[in-house]
Write a protein that binds this ligand. Structure first.
Ligand code: TYD
Length: 138
């Protein structure tokens, strides 16, 4: 099975005035239409956030400032990805378990989502996640 996550690199325009990163939706840079954006900041480095998978929502995660580590697990492949550049992003397809931690004190983790917030499409139990991954791969 192909990995259900991958890193992305956006275009960066820099000159003497500073830098500008572009991420266009609808499949150009972001592989979906963006319906929601939220950002996480002020989390201590020992905090672990996330610990869930989504049945319907795809995400793109970008540390627009600072850095964090993201553990991703699609039920078959598992990796820890360091987000530490504003032009770097992590795409998560549906059904990827994610945990975010090691937040730097200046970390601002921007999350772009393909769907509006709906608690019922979140899987917050890891065993239930594995069960649903197995079921869908039969
Ligand atoms: P939570 O999913 O626990 O955040 P994280 O995945 O970063 O650990 O969400 C924290 C709170 O914010 C929870 O009460 C739900 C709420 N929330 C929304 O209302 N809308 C959203 O889009 C998100 C992501 C969270």
């Amino acid at each position: 099975m192909k990995k259900r996550y991958r890193t992305l690199e956006f275009k960066e325009y820099g000159d003497e005035r500073g830098n500008l990163v572009v991420a266009e939706g609808d499949g150009k840079d972001i592989p979906f239409s963006i319906k929601r954006a939220f950002y996480i900041y002020g989390s201590d480095s020992e905090v672990v956030r996330g610990k869930h998978a989504n049945r319907l929502t795809k995400f793109v995660l970008i540390n627009v400032a600072g850095s964090s580590d993201v553990m991703v697990d699609d039920g078959i492949h598992k990796e820890i990805i360091k987000l530490d550049k504003p032009r770097m992003a992590l795409f998560l397809d549906t059904m990827v378990w994610k945990e975010m931690y090691h937040f730097s004190s200046d970390s601002v983790l921007m999350c772009l989502a393909s769907e509006h917030y709906m608690e019922s499409e979140y899987i917050r139990d890891y065993d239930e996640f594995l069960k649903e991954v197995k079921k869908s791969s039969i």
